[in-house]
Design a binder for this molecule. Structure first.
Ligand code: TYM
Length: 323
């Protein structure tokens, strides 16, 4: 069984990326074949600055390794190092209905807001389908917002298989119940484009400031509150051990506390939670050649698999090698 997932280097990873996706990458490594990549070709649809994109790509690799991805147990690579995927993307583009892509949220959201979208954004889900199908992936660990893209991938695969025979494996998304949609500092889904993120590697002081500014309602201190529907509690629950979590839930139900109390507990818990990763990152930064080597080795392994799947798709559709 193969596990595969990707993350865009559009900035530094935030709590949503970690609890929705990266934590799963790490949990799933080792016992299966695991492929994880940095989706720099997808990021090119928004990051239009060479230096920024290059820096974000290497930073993302460092961040994921610091968080516990072990190159001996999983293959880590950069999307553009596997050109076979772009070739496969073209093959999949033929036969993908315009209507299917018009319904995809990333394009639709932009268009609905009256913003100009380019062909890259429009065909973004097809490249994602190539990413997934190109490695015979069975399971794709992601947050809720990516489920639509995996459904599109399945549609594309099924339609190709129907026309040309059983070439592609049909993948399934893997979404965690408790962190499918991590809220941001305003209670909406945490997302870079909403400006409501807290990054994993932010200096603790700065993260603390953002935590203290998390939007809450204005109910009086003495009012009992429901933990289940409170985004601040939801964030706290990502970091807290069962016992302090239960204590906090009880406190919510009895009332008599201020949200400042919860925010402080959240700041302490999150700082402690990522302290080891901060430490590991500092060690990795001191050894940049090691990271480049990990990405180079990863690309080789990934290319081998992608070449095999691309050849299968080419042969099935009548465009195999003519020389
Ligand atoms: P991206 O870079 O936006 O996000 C990376 C991962 O983080 C998850 N995520 C969240 N999970 C829970 N709560 C949140 N608030 C939250 N915000 C982000 C995302 O669901 C994702 O799993 N198109 C993809 C990248 C990609 C990809 C792929 C993923 C390219 N090819 C192939 C899987 C398979 C994206 O933009 O993710």
């Amino acid at each position: 069984m193969r596990v595969l997932s990707g993350i865009q280097p559009t900035g530094r990873p935030h709590w949503g990326n970690y609890f929705g996706a990266i934590r799963q990458y790490i949990q799933l490594q080792g016992n299966e074949q695991s492929f994880y990549f940095i989706a720099n070709l997808h990021a090119l649809t928004t990051v239009r600055d060479r230096e920024k994109l290059e820096q974000a790509t290497i930073d993302m690799a460092l961040d994921i390794l610091a968080l516990g991805l072990d190159p001996d147990q999983a293959t880590l690579f950069v999307q553009s190092d596997v050109p076979e995927i772009s070739e496969l993307c073209w093959i999949l583009m033929t036969g993908t209905g315009m209507g299917l892509l018009e319904r995809c949220v990333s394009y639709k959201d932009k268009k609905d807001k009256g913003l100009k979208a380019d062909a890259g954004l429009f065909t973004y889900p097809v490249l994602q389908a190539a990413d997934i199908l190109g490695y015979d992936s069975d399971v794709v660990p992601v947050g809720q917002d990516q489920v639509q893209h995996i459904e599109v991938t399945r549609d594309i695969a099924q339609s190709f298989n129907h026309q040309f025979g059983e070439v592609f494996v049909l993948p399934k998304p893997k979404v965690l119940d408790d962190s499918a949609k991590v809220p941001g500092t305003d209670g909406e889904k945490m997302s870079k484009s909403y400006g409501n993120i807290i990054e994993l590697f932010e200096p603790p002081k700065q993260a603390r400031k953002k935590i203290m500014r998390i939007v809450t309602d204005s109910r009086a201190m003495e009012d009992p509150k429901e933990p289940e529907t409170d985004h601040l509690f939801q964030l706290f629950s990502l970091f807290a051990e069962p016992e302090p979590l239960q204590e906090m839930a009880d406190l919510y139900r009895t009332g008599g506390f201020g949200y400042g109390h919860v925010k402080k507990a959240l700041a302490d818990a999150s700082e402690a939670y990522f302290a080891e990763a901060h430490q590991r990152r500092a060690e990795l930064v001191a050894n940049p050649d090691r990271v480049k080597q990990i990405l180079g080795d990863g690309a080789q392994v990934a290319r081998k698999k992608a070449r095999e799947v691309l050849t299968r798709a080419q042969e099935a559709s009548g465009i195999s090698s003519w020389h």
